[in-house]
Design a protein around this ligand. Structure first.
Ligand SMILES: [Zn+2]
Ligand SMILES: [Zn+2]
Length: 268
């Protein structure tokens, strides 16, 4: 395949324990246990370029929200052999605190963002605590600085990062959420980010409780499935199953090779 890339999920934090109500808007009443929530950034490699998808959060943000940070994603990248200064393109799937921190740590990067996410994160919905809660004003302000510094490429709907790497606005979870489709040797892989925190959110059509528009989220699940073309080729944003079924790619950090076949299939 002409545009085959490698994709690595780098896990930088985990939140545990959780209850079913934290993972599903309407959990199955028979569920008593709930999966942990893993936090990832994703590195796309190939054709002489490294594209980072999301930038995670830092220690300061972790302590503000009582989250446990294993290591800063910038340090995880370094341990994986990639210097932040060598990242030229960063796709920010959305501006929630766990996807859009560390924006000041990539001195040479261009940031790819949906136009609607910037509007949403700086508009009237942010006057409501429920909708504002997943955002950090420091992160959003840093992105505004990048806008003023002419370092942001805005996408409206579909956009191309490079041959074989495209972004697609799906909304739902956040109004300007975008997913990333990447060509790999095993076919197109879709980084669904928070369109599906867990495989189960998408498979059961059961939303994660943080949602701006449930209707858009339902359409997003269809879009993710269509873009991937196979149930083993979309990657949820926070599911610990990802680390279980994809091969480890480093002995220094929690990195998992998403361009390789998973050890378990979701084909029924
Ligand atoms: Zn989110
Ligand atoms: Zn998230």
């Amino acid at each position: 395949m002409g545009n085959a890339y490698e994709i690595y999920a780098l896990r930088y934090a985990t939140m545990s324990p959780r209850t079913p109500h934290m993972n599903f808007l309407l959990p199955d009443p028979h569920d008593t246990a709930a999966a942990d929530l893993d936090y990832f950034v994703w590195l796309i490699r190939g054709h002489g370029r490294d594209v980072l998808v999301d930038t995670g959060f830092n220690a300061e943000e972790a302590s503000l929200r009582s989250r446990k940070l294993t290591l800063n994603p910038v340090d995880a990248l370094a341990a994986f052999g990639v210097a932040a200064a060598d990242i030229w393109d960063v796709v920010v799937t959305h501006l929630h605190y766990d996807h859009a921190g560390n924006l000041d740590r990539f001195p040479n990067a261009r940031f790819h963002l949906q136009e609607r996410e910037m509007s949403y994160a700086t508009g009237r919905c942010m006057c409501t605590g429920l909708l504002r809660h997943p955002f950090s004003v420091e992160h959003v302000t840093q992105m505004v600085r990048h806008v003023y510094g002419e370092r942001v490429t805005f996408h409206s709907g579909e956009g191309k990062i490079a041959d074989g790497i495209t972004v697609h606005r799906v909304g739902g979870h956040s109004d300007g959420l975008q997913v990333v489709r990447v060509e790999t040797a095993r076919g197109p892989v879709v980084l669904a980010s928070d369109a599906a925190h867990y495989y189960a959110n998408l498979q059961r059509r059961s939303p994660f409780p943080i949602v701006y528009n449930v209707g858009d989220m339902a359409v997003a699940w269809e879009t993710v499935e269509r873009l991937a073309g196979h149930p083993d080729r979309y990657i949820p944003g926070h599911d610990p199953i990802v680390a279980e079924i994809y091969p480890r790619a480093s002995d220094k950090v929690d990195a998992f090779a998403l361009h390789k076949a998973p050890s378990r299939s979701f084909v029924k």
